[in-house]
Design a protein around this ligand. Sequence first.
Ligand SMILES: [Zn+2]
Length: 317
Amino acid sequence: MRWILLAAVLVAAAILGVGLFAPTGRDSAEPGPPFANSMPPAALPTSMTPRFGSPRTETCVDAPRFAAAAARNAQDIDSLAFAPFRRPETGWRTYAPHIAVEIGSSCAWDSTGFANALAGWQQANGLPPSGVLDVATFDVMQVRWHLKRPFVILNRAIGCPPGPPQDALAVADPREVYGGDPVQARADALAALRRMVADARAQDPAIARDRQALLIFSGYRSPEENDVRCLIPGSCDNVSRAPCSAHRTGLAFDLVVGAAPGGRVDSTENFNRLAQSQTPAYRWMVRNAHRYGFVNYVFEPWHWEWSPPEQRGATRA
Ligand SMILES: [Zn+2]
């Protein structure tokens, strides 16, 4: 059965074609099929339950049969050659926070406990349970992450969506904004963001100390603004920017999650995304944002989309 499910996911990915994981710079809009928001291992039938132990009860150093896998992960995290967004990258450390949440492990990424939990996830997803984070494993995770994005689901359901009515928009307080430009967003999405950011600051002193962490640097951008940007030849080729931006919905935010020295808060350079993936703000978001209805576009650590009530499936507000 799990092979059938896996095959279905991979066929769907194949049908979607090369545009599925294109590096879109800001505002990816690549479509994906309508799909359940979440398919956690806990919801799998008994026959598909991982046999390597529940992540909830794992310890991080007592799975000696995964010692070789742990050693391989320790090496590959900074050396694996792959191109997950059609652009060469070295190592999977940038994605490690999402991977840890995906497999339900809080262990160090070079531990046997991490490899053990990964093996369980691999088995539940029809992959050889090696405990090694390899390209085939990453590919399946990437499809799952992609299909959780509210904009991807909406885009597949109705095509490029219209903007919200003006009276649905609210203006962010300047103290919530990074940079000088005013930011608008759908009022309910902005309210959800405020709840989340307040909790992040309350729960993590490192986030509270960083006065720029989780400030908004982009929200709603009108379809007309989107179209004007796309008049520049080659500017909306689904590589530098998508022709249909998630920001037109008023549900997408670009949030400050730090930057590398010399990098911008929205730079897609690999070194910048790697630095962002290690910040307290980003790590808190990866672990907690789903509880507020927010989903990350994994290629862009700063881009988060809110699932509106009318679209919500398994995602909780
Ligand atoms: Zn964005």
